[in-house]
Design a protein around this ligand. Sequence first.
Ligand code: NAD
Ligand code: TYD
Length: 345
Amino acid sequence: MRYLVAGGAGFIGSNFIRCLLDSDVEILNFDKLTYAGNLLNLADIEKNKNYTFVKGDICDRKTLKKVFNKFKPDVVVNFAAESHVDRSILDADEFIKTNIAGTHNLLKLSLEYGIDKFVQVSTDEVYGSLGKKGFFTEDTPLNPRNPYSASKASADVLVKSYSVTHGLPVVIGRCGNNYGPYQFPEKLIPLTILHCMKEGKIPVYGDGLNIRDWIHVLDHCRALDAIIQKGKTGEVYNIGAKQEMKNIDVVKSIISEVAKKVPEKKISERQICFVEDRKGHDRRYATDPSKIIKTLKWKPKISFKEGLCETVDWYLENPSWVKSVFNKSYMRYYKANYSKRKVIA
Ligand code: NAD
Ligand code: TYD
């Protein structure tokens, strides 16, 4: 089987490619290498005979068509996206281009080349925000509330429309918040680990009581594999590990884990700094994964405690990777997102 993986040089895509290369698949990774795409994420497998990398933009249909023509994929898996909510609040242009128009290019070419399966890697954020009770199911109406989730919801609707109108064999996976190795440090978990290491302030938005439903990236990758193997055309599968946590508790767990592993540094909860909230900050995400558990026999294997311990180890053991992502462009983003936020406590 030949898989065209779009956005495979990012956090989840690179973990997915590494997982799948052990099986009998040929993979072409098509990635623009934005600030979030990093070939170091795949350095250990770049010479694998079943793996090819092509640098390219899913918004550039001409180049994408050449790739479809030459590689002739059986399966297309679309990870390519602008993925960070805070950046979409600063400027959503790239989110609209890549997440919507880019996905449309992939759909159009997938139809033209008659692929066997199109998998859209989506998010539970398309459902919006929950109150204290309840869970997102696949029937929960879409109610995205920030430009990132609006662009992902738009893509989901487009993907579905290609199934209904043109009979393209599509499946959508909607996953909760991922964590694990190779995650870009703009996201809460790696950001907190690295701020601990620098003995600097750890920014927590608002009251810190927003809730996210965490899943280890490798559990997500195995779920996507199950969707490719057994997912029913036209269906949506929610992916989650039922590990809801308040942001402040996530941050405190990280502080305690890093402090234990690096006792020579002054790491403590005194580093926590409550700052002005994210605009339109969704209060709670919680996903009901019953459908994928029952119908595809997938289940998550990695507990948050175990996964976090391994993730902290990974960031501590990979200083050259960390150095590679702390560049000028990241510093510019960091300043734009954090420097004007009022400190609350
Ligand atoms: P990421 O930001 O780490 O990686 C995105 C990748 O897409 C990068 O390699 C980047 O270079 C590439 N890319 C961006 N624009 C492109 C373009 N125009 N053409 C080709 N490549 C392009 O993101 P991630 O966290 O790995 O997320 C991957 C996918 O999973 C995204 O679609 C995201 O919406 C979805 N998702 C993420 C999470 C999460 O917690 N991170 C949860 C659920 C769903
Ligand atoms: P994030 O990792 O950006 O993922 P998402 O927005 O997709 O859920 O954020 C996770 C949670 O952590 C979210 O509620 C926002 C919060 N957060 C902070 O409190 N401080 C930060 O500096 C960041 C980046 C996030």
